[in-house]
Design a protein around this ligand. Structure first.
Ligand code: ZN
Length: 294
């Protein structure tokens, strides 16, 4: 049986001087960023073979941007929508209580929620591309590797396992708030929802939780990376923290977080993106069938 070899704690944060040109390199880099000399393989480097490390700081920034930044963007988008909608209603001759009533019914409508949700992602994605800069090319390269095809397999496995788990949990729990919102947007705007959930949102989330968080935590220790990236991925998908129902759906998201982390760890970013995208494709197809066939 294969023995598990873990790199020492925190070894991923070390720096190493290149013997050929003297450049200071990240200890997880496989070759010198200045002269290109290939470094000798050790446990730390080996454990980063399929990952796309940025710098620890940039990994943390991308994670914080994808979580807190996205939240702040959604507040900002909400403020813009409220002022804009108020102005439109006021121009339409509504004032006082009537304006407030019309405003609050618009804010609860699926139109408004779709605009808010996808609008926030669209703006955040532009900033994410700016943040990634040249590192985007390294992500793109991971799609040219044959291992990327394992992503489809992992997406199907993740779908089957989490669907079984959620069927099991559905004996006790209702659909999560996150899923309810997705379903109502899907019913109202199928094409837009499909495009966002299958192509763009998986990219955003893989950057945030795998490229950013998982890579950063793996510099501390692989087990910490798996455990915390999956738990945090579970937490952010919870709607109302005080509802028991939401907590019953928590294990499904944690399982997804673990399997996507495994995919990134073993097959690279391209594979974890394709796993997440094909998972969403399968989930959305089932929901489309349920929405439009019954
Ligand atoms: Zn060098």
């Amino acid at each position: 049986m294969k023995k598990w070899n873990f790199p020492p704690f925190l070894s991923g944060f070390k720096k190493e001087v290149c013997s050929q040109c003297g450049e200071l390199n990240d200890a997880v880099a496989s070759s010198c960023k200045k002269c290109g000399q290939t470094f000798e393989i050790n446990l730390t480097r080996q454990s980063f073979t399929h990952l796309t490390p940025l710098t620890p700081l940039k990994e943390m920034i991308i994670f914080l941007f994808g979580t807190l930044g996205l939240f702040l963007f959604s507040l900002l988008a909400q403020a813009v929508i409220i002022s804009f909608a108020s102005a439109v209603l006021w121009n339409g001759g509504l004032t006082g209580g009537a304006l407030q009533e019309a405003l609050s019914s618009y804010l609860e409508s699926v139109d408004c929620l779709t605009l808010l949700n996808y609008g926030t992602y669209a703006i955040a994605l532009i900033f994410l591309f700016l943040l990634l800069g040249r590192d985007f090319l390294n992500l793109y390269k991971t799609f040219k590797n044959k291992r990327v095809l394992y992503g489809f397999l992992m997406g199907a496995i993740t779908f089957l396992l989490s669907y079984s788990l959620s069927l099991l949990l559905s004996l006790a729990a209702d659909t999560s708030e996150n899923q309810q919102l997705s379903n109502s947007m899907l019913a109202a705007y199928p094409a837009l929802s499909f495009f966002m959930s299958v192509f763009l949102i998986p990219f955003f989330e893989e950057c945030t939780y795998r490229l950013g968080l998982f890579t950063f935590l793996k510099r501390i220790h692989p087990l910490i990376a798996y455990l915390f990236s999956a738990l945090i991925f579970g937490f952010v998908h919870l709607g109302n923290l005080s509802s028991l129902n939401e907590w019953l759906n928590f294990p499904v998201y944690v399982l997804g977080g673990l399997l996507f982390a495994f995919t990134y760890d073993r097959f690279g970013f391209g594979a974890s993106y394709l796993a997440h995208a094909s998972y969403n494709l399968l989930a959305i197809s089932v929901n489309l069938i349920l929405i439009f066939a019954f």
